[in-house]
Design a protein around this ligand. Structure first.
Ligand code: NAD
Length: 357
C-alpha cells in the first residue's frame, strides 16, 4: 500500500478528454490495489497562455517538481500552427517542462496488440511479434543548440551539440532496460558523417563492456529507418539522439496501428512525465471520439517506471488487451469489419477498460 501525489496536466484539445480517462484508470488501480493517490491539476500550453499569458506558468512548474509523477495530455492550437511568427507558443511550455525537469530520456514502447494487426499499414506477417523500446535523447542535439540567420537572413544554421555525459546517461538507461528484456541494444547514429554521432558511438562502445550480457549493434539512421519497416522484429531496445529519435519513433508508431495507441515516458533524475505521443488533434476535439488508450497506457507506464508498481501496470495493459479482444474499438482503430455497435467514444471505451479492471 503506497501513497503518491500525481499531477494531472491535460493541456490542450483532446489532451483534456483523454487525460480525464487516464486519471479514472489510476483511480481504479488505487482502489483495487489499496493505494492512495492524491491528485492536483496544472495548466500548460494554449490554455495556460489564455489564463496567464505564459505557456508554462511558474505555479505549474513548482507543482510538477513537487509531485511524484505527472500524467500529461498534449499542447497545441491551430492558431499557432498557422502563425509561425507568434512569439508566445504552446510548445514552448512543453520544451521548458522537459528542460526544467531534466527529462533527458524519452521512452516509447512500440508493441502491437494482436487484435490490431490488420489496422496497421504494414503487412501482419511482418509485424506480428514486433516489440521495440525506443530511448530518444530529449534535451540535447540540434533542437537546443545555437541557431540563427546570417548573410541578411539568406543562410540559416542550427548547431547540434552533445557532451560525453549526455550520451552516457541515456546510454546507461538503455543498456539497463535491455537487460530486463531480450538483451539486445541497437544504437542508431550517422557516425560516417556527423561529429556528434562519432562521439555518440564512441561513448556507447565504451559503455558496452560494462554490460557484457547485452548484445550491442550500431546502425546508421538511414538503414534503421528502412529496417524498421522491413523487419521490425529485429529490434529490441533502440537508443538514439533527439532528432533521429523524433523521426524514427513517429515512423515506428505506424507499427502500432494508430497514434491513439502509443504511450511515452519522459524521465530524468526527478519527476517523470507520462504522455500519449499524439498531439492536441483539434480536428476531433470536443467530438468525444478521441482514442484514450494511449493515455491509459501512459498511466500504465507511470505506475511501472515512477512507482515500481509492475503488477498494477500489467493489470492496466491486460485490461486494454481484453477490451480489444472483446472487439471494442474507437473510430481510429476500427476497420471495415468492425460492427457499428462496437465502435465507442472516448468515455465509453474508457468505461470498458474500467470494467475489466
Ligand atoms: P496530432 O497527433 O494532434 O493529430 C494527427 C492526426 O491523428 C489527426 O488526424 C488526429 O485526429 C489523429 N489523432 C491523434 N490522436 C488521436 C487519438 N487519440 N484518437 C484518434 N485520433 C487521433 O498531430 P497534428 O495534427 O500534427 O498536431 C495538432 C496539434 O498538436 C499541433 O498544434 C501540434 O503542434 C500539436 N502537437 C503536440 C504534441 C505534444 O503535445 N506532445 C505532439 C504532436 C503535435
Amino acid at each position: 500500500m503506497a501513497s503518491k501525489n500525481i499531477l494531472i496536466v491535460p493541456g490542450d484539445g483532446i489532451g483534456q478528454e483523454v487525460t480525464a480517462v487516464g486519471k479514472k484508470v489510476l483511480d481504479k488501480i488505487a482502489a483495487r490495489f489499496n493505494h492512495t493517490f492524491h491528485y492536483d491539476e496544472a495548466l500548460i500550453g494554449h490554455v495556460a497562455i489564455e489564463a496567464t499569458g505564459n505557456p508554462l506558468p511558474e505555479e505549474s512548474l513548482e507543482k510538477m517538481k513537487k509531485s511524484d509523477a505527472v500524467l500529461f495530455g498534449a499542447v497545441g492550437h491551430p492558431k499557432y500552427d498557422n502563425d509561425p511568427s507568434a512569439k508566445v507558443r504552446p510548445e514552448q511550455g512543453l520544451l521548458k517542462m522537459r528542460k526544467e525537469l531534466g527529462l533527458y530520456a524519452n521512452l516509447r514502447p512500440i508493441k502491437l496488440f494482436d487484435e490490431l494487426l490488420e489496422a496497421s499499414s504494414i503487412k501482419p506477417e511482418i509485424l506480428k511479434g514486433a516489440d521495440i523500446l525506443f530511448f530518444r535523447e530529449l534535451t540535447g542535439d540540434i533542437y537546443f543548440g545555437e541557431k540563427g540567420r546570417k548573410n541578411n537572413g539568406d543562410t540559416a544554421y542550427d548547431i547540434a551539440e552533445y557532451s560525453r555525459y549526455e550520451v552516457e546517461r541515456i546510454g546507461r538507461k538503455a543498456f539497463e532496460a535491455a537487460r530486463t528484456r531480450r538483451k539486445k541494444l541497437c544504437s542508431v547514429d550517422k557516425a560516417n558523417v556527423i561529429e556528434t554521432s562519432r562521439l555518440w558511438r564512441e561513448v556507447i562502445q565504451k559503455l558496452a563492456p560494462e554490460y557484457p550480457d547485452v548484445e550491442v549493434e550500431h546502425m546508421f539512421v538511414d538503414a534503421a529507418a528502412m529496417i524498421l519497416i522491413k523487419d521490425p522484429r529485429r529490434f529490441d531496445v533502440v537508443v538514439t539522439a533527439n532528432l533521429f529519435g523524433d523521426i524514427l519513433t513517429d515512423e515506428a508508431s505506424q507499427i502500432a496501428g494508430s497514434m491513439g495507441m502509443l504511450a511515452s515516458a519522459s524521465v530524468g533524475d526527478g519527476t517523470g512525465v507520462y504522455e500519449p505521443i499524439h498531439g492536441s488533434a483539434h480536428d476531433i476535439t470536443g467530438k468525444g471520439v478521441a482514442n484514450p488508450l494511449a493515455s491509459i497506457l501512459s498511466a500504465a507506464l507511470l505506475l511501472d517506471i515512477s512507482f515500481g508498481m509492475k503488477a498494477e501496470s500489467e493489470a492496466v495493459i491486460s485490461a486494454v488487451d481484453k477490451v480489444l479482444k472483446a472487439g471494442f474499438r474507437t473510430r481510429d482503430i476500427a476497420d471495415a469489419n468492425t460492427p457499428a455497435d462496437k465502435i465507442l467514444g472516448t468515455e465509453a471505451i474508457g468505461n470498458e477498460v474500467l470494467k475489466f479492471l
